[in-house]
Write a protein that binds this ligand. Sequence first.
Ligand code: PLP
Length: 385
Amino acid sequence: MKLFDVYPLNNITISRALGSYVWDDQGNQYLDMYGGHAVISIGHTHPHWVKKIEDQLKQIAFYSNSVIIPLQQQLAEKLGKLSGKTDYELFLCNSGAEANENALKLASFHTGRKKIIAFKKSFHGRTSLAVAATDNPAIVAPVNETENIVFLPFNDTASLQEYFEQHGETIAAVITEGIQGVGGINIASDDFLQAIRQLCDQYGSVFIADSVQCGYGRTGRFFAHDHAGVDADIYSMAKGMGNGFPIGGILIAPHIRPKHGMLGTTFGGNHLACAAALAVLEIIEQEDLMKKAMVNGSYIIEQLKAIPDIQNVRGRGWMIGFDVPDAIKDLKKVLLSEYKTFTGEAKPNVIRLLPSLALNKEQVDDFLQRLREAIKFIQTANPSS
Ligand SMILES: Cc1ncc(COP(=O)(O)O)c(C=O)c1O
């Protein structure tokens, strides 16, 4: 049987990983500035995370949500403590799309309304409502098309206000990333997030903070939206939550009340996933990783701004992007093939840096050196460009 060919692949087989490095089956070591798409939060195969999963595996890996699973409560308490959202409630699922799907559904149950406001260049996942709220028609199947989603320009408070003034009573939710990831590292301005909060309060709509990529400490605060000093009604989470063990979830503000049967999933909140997620939070706390992300992220942003060959350096903590001009358009490819460095991208010309929050200063300097050399390599190979 062949694999269903939906992923454009690098011709590399990763067979081992530790911290911010991965090794291929030929023994080549790579610096991982991509974190497997922002998933690696505490570093690959962190020993505490491995031990916690191993120990749990020997006890019980899975039982359904028909019994009490104390690990879920422990996870909820730790999440409340680290995020500061102590009075929110936790629903666990398995992925980012599923988290957003549940968030949107819950907003509709809560308000009794159907309309969702999403924004240009958003990405919220590939399940039916999450993909409908994603601004990329190429991945929306005909069956997912719905008039219930409205796309407004990102960071445009005036058009948001105008839409609310005309249709406020029909709006179930506004969903936005704190920093758009797939859309190219676009930071939601404080004013914009504050306006969403105020309009949702005024019209009784639900503010959903998609924190699947930008959350979990990646920007130096637990949620990227925290930088604007606002609380959302629902936060969706996934990527960094399990450091590679599949788990997602939503944090729900106390005014949104549950009912038995309202949401549900077979695998969500299983013992093994909770053990992995607890290990992640313990390491974020013990190793002060949010602060580390803030300090090293600010440092690299300053250093990147001093490299004249790249443009529009932007981001927060370890969610960073810069534009790659045409003359060095192969930069990502060259970084990988010649300098053994994984980076992320956003089409058409953005390089994204989404490494583990545990990346240290020496590794940051090592990356900067590789980047400068890769730029020189391209310029030497194409002197006219
Ligand atoms: C902001 C955002 N939301 C949702 C998702 C979907 O997450 P998943 O791939 O785990 O379904 C992603 C994935 O890249 C994302 O970046």
